[in-house]
Ligand binder design. Structure first.
Ligand code: PHE
Length: 339
């Protein structure tokens, strides 16, 4: 029969080499359980004298306490080891790149509109809007285009009834703003959709968008108009752009001009974009016709104004070298992604 000292050493060894809680439980049973060597020793107690029995009983107790202590210590170690290895196995590398989230953006026409708005807001303009369903009165008559005026044919229209139509340009917002401001100075731009009964092709659409400008005050001259549009084209098309005025006709401006910007592709030498002329037409403009001021209640002897109107699509087509206006409306993601 093994003595307790020997057993204790053996148990210590066995306990510290266990790798799992299950193994540890088995080792514990081996040294303290019913079939253990300890139990065999305890079975011999009944044959001992009272004193020997007492002494052996003490030894056995100490043995038990010691083994329990080692088992508890080893259990703590095993638990700690299990936690560590789980932590390692489940570790997350926070430096790995994440899943890319695709993000949309504003439509190119909206961005051109906002770019132009920003330029004018920087020059002290207010941005105002008007309705797309408009009175013939504001769209034509009060712009010096009476019923039967031949120039109405330049803008064939969608009529809703004889007095109401889808506006053919943003110029009726001029009239609305004049009526609201009652002979006071004005400095506004108005962006928005307009409608014409055109057949759609590469350069025409039955619906497109414009930005109108109107400035009214006591000393407004044609050179203010030129300076303003020169600033606009330099900011939109690059610092070296020049502009030029060509005589034109609009019933609501006098004199009227078409405004060209020096070609931003060839710098004015002549290329396919400017059709070898060095110039590209970007908008229509002029000094507000005194009849327009008068009809809206303005004192046309003391106040003058200039006005201009540009197509947002046309400017965007030119700026980005796009060949067909219909691309803007078809929502083909392959087109939109390029801009
Ligand atoms: N309304 C004109 C058009 O659509 C443009 C324009 C606006 C011309 C203001 C002169 C002054 O063609």
């Amino acid at each position: 029969m093994k003595d307790l000292n020997h057993l204790q050493k053996e148990a210590q060894n066995a306990i510290q080499f266990t790798k799992t809680q299950h193994e540890l439980n088995e080792v514990k049973a081996l040294y303290l359980g019913k079939k253990s060597a300890l139990n065999q020793i305890m079975a011999t107690m009944k044959d001992l004298s009272i004193e020997d029995r007492k002494a052996l009983g003490q030894e056995i107790n100490q043995f038990k306490v010691q083994i329990e202590e080692w088992v508890a210590g080893q259990r703590d170690k095993l638990v700690e080891r299990a936690i560590q290895s789980q932590l390692q196995a489940e570790a997350i590398d926070v430096t790995l790149p994440g899943k890319a989230i695709t993000q949309g953006k504003l439509h190119i026409l909206t961005r051109t509109q906002q770019e132009i708005e920003d330029i004018f807001v920087g020059m002290g303009y207010r941005v105002v809007e008007g309705p797309e369903v408009e009175l013939d009165l504001y769209n034509f008559e009060m712009l010096n285009l009476p019923v039967g005026h031949p120039a109405r044919e330049m803008q064939d229209s969608f009529y809703i009834n004889p007095e109401t139509l889808l506006r053919t340009h943003t110029s009726p917002v001029q009239v609305r703003t004049l009526l609201e401001n009652k002979n006071e100075p004005i400095k506004i731009i108005c962006p928005g959709k307009v409608y014409r009964r055109d057949d759609d092709d590469a350069t025409h659409s039955h619906q497109f968008s414009q930005i109108e400008g109107l400035v009214v005050g006591p000393h407004i001259t044609m050179s203010d108009l030129k300076g303003t549009l020169s600033t606009l084209s330099k900011k939109l098309f690059g610092p070296n752009r020049e502009i030029r005025f060509r005589p034109s006709f609009f019933p609501f401006t006098e004199p009227s001009v078409e405004v060209d910007v020096s070609c931003f592709k060839c710098g004015g030498k002549g290329c396919n974009l400017c059709k070898q002329t060095g110039w590209i037409e970007i908008l229509g403009a002029g000094m507000v016709h005194p009849n327009v001021l008068r009809m809206a209640g303005y004192d046309s002897d003391h106040l003058r104004g200039f006005a201009f109107g540009m197509g947002i699509e046309r400017i965007t087509l030119l700026k980005y070298g796009i060949d067909d206006i219909r691309h803007f409306y078809q929502n083909d993601i392959r087109f939109l992604k390029q801009l």
